[in-house]
Design a protein around this ligand. Structure first.
Ligand SMILES: C[S@@+](CC[C@H](N)C(=O)[O-])C[C@H]1O[C@@H](n2cnc3c(N)ncnc32)[C@H](O)[C@@H]1O
Length: 326
């Protein structure tokens, strides 16, 4: 069975303040990938191995789709084999991506979120960046394109980690975009070295949101920047929605605060210069089923008679983007 390597990540960390992590990181990565006994792993590793062995004539991680190669780099036969190989990684949630002219229309237009974020944050050039709950690393590639020294995504879902390795297969070894298969609880408890920490779409999945904010602060160097994106509801300071069960069919949804409540939480957890940079309703244009994510999506999570509400009768999804300083 082929395998994937994090060696270039270890080489990169060697020359940063993250070097002490190297004492435990390699063993833990090995355990998370191979010790989890994920029955799909052989299929994903074989699919990575089946990617076409060609040098892409073109790269682009700055426009909407993270793009590797173009149509003319492959024969028609290679194209159709590649489409099948990429399908082995279904469901594709975060993107879009384009591999050798094959556009992966993902469930989410993550490029829309990135556009909202890009203009709100400090430049990422030369920064050590951590993205908690990164999904398949779409954002890590976009962060790397902004010149981050390291764009380290972390997500416990092994399929997403495998998806992140497809683009890596074609980029220089020292490319700084990575996804590691860890939940936040598997990161060292306090590693106050990152210049920017992202937590997007994670806070409402944490049973203890204040502890999550404190964990994020403890990953930042003093003066570092938090980029927090999460569901919010309308309401005064002090208000937060705690759904009875699911929210928009999502399990494990805990607190959805109002913006004023979230601002207070951030303040109490030690953040300064707190800014609400964006507030957007999530629409069925931004999150929907596609050929590359054929399961149900937002449309069926909303009340068919009143799409401003979730199917459970809660206010429909609205997302806030906060930027704050540690
Ligand atoms: C709603 S998605 C958000 C993905 C991405 N950050 C975005 O904004 O598009 C939440 C992500 O958090 C990941 N996740 C779940 N539990 C986690 C944990 N304990 N630590 C870090 N990430 C986790 C999920 O696998 C999923 O990819």
């Amino acid at each position: 069975m082929p395998d994937i390597s994090y060696q270039p990540l270890f080489d990169l960390l060697e020359n940063t303040d993250l070097a002490p992590w190297l004492e435990t990181l390699p063993t833990r990565l090995e355990k998370s990938i191979h010790g989890a006994n994920n029955g799909h792993l052989p299929k994903w590793l074989d699919a990575l191995d089946a990617l076409p062995d060609v040098a892409p004539s073109h790269f682009d991680q700055q426009s909407g789709a993270v793009t590797i190669g173009q149509n003319s780099d492959l024969s028609a036969e290679q194209q159709s084999a590649l489409r099948e190989t990429l399908m082995a990684f279904h469901p594709w949630r975060k993107g879009p991506w384009n591999f050798f002219g094959i556009g992966i229309d993902t469930e989410w237009r993550s490029d829309w979120k990135w556009k909202r974020i890009q203009k709100a944050i400090s430049p990422l050039k030369d920064r050590l960046v951590l993205d908690i709950g990164s999904g398949n690393g779409y954002y890590s590639y976009r962060m790397a394109a902004e010149g981050a020294k390291l764009a380290l995504g972390t997500d416990p879902y092994l399929l997403y980690v495998m998806q992140s390795f497809i683009a890596r297969r074609y980029l220089p070894q020292n490319h700084p975009a990575w996804v590691i298969p860890f939940g936040i609880e598997q990161l060292p408890p306090s590693l106050p070295v990152f210049d920017t920490v992202f937590s997007m779409g994670v806070l409402y999945h944490r049973r203890s949101p204040l502890d999550h904010l404190i964990e994020l602060r403890e990953m930042l160097r003093p003066g570092g920047e938090l980029v927090l994106e999460t569901l919010v509801v309308e309401g005064p300071e002090g208000h937060a929605l705690l759904p009875r069960g699911r929210y928009a069919k999502m399990r494990n949804t805990w607190f959805i605060p109002s913006c004023l409540t979230l601002e207070r939480w951030l303040e109490r957890c030690g953040f300064k210069s707190i800014r609400l940079a964006d507030l957007s309703d999530t629409t069925t244009a931004e999150q929907r089923s596609t050929d590359w994510m054929t399961f149900d999506s937002l449309e069926t999570f909303l009340d068919p008679n009143d799409p401003s509400k979730t199917i459970e009768g809660y206010p429909g999804p609205k997302r806030a983007l906060f930027v704050a300083e540690a």
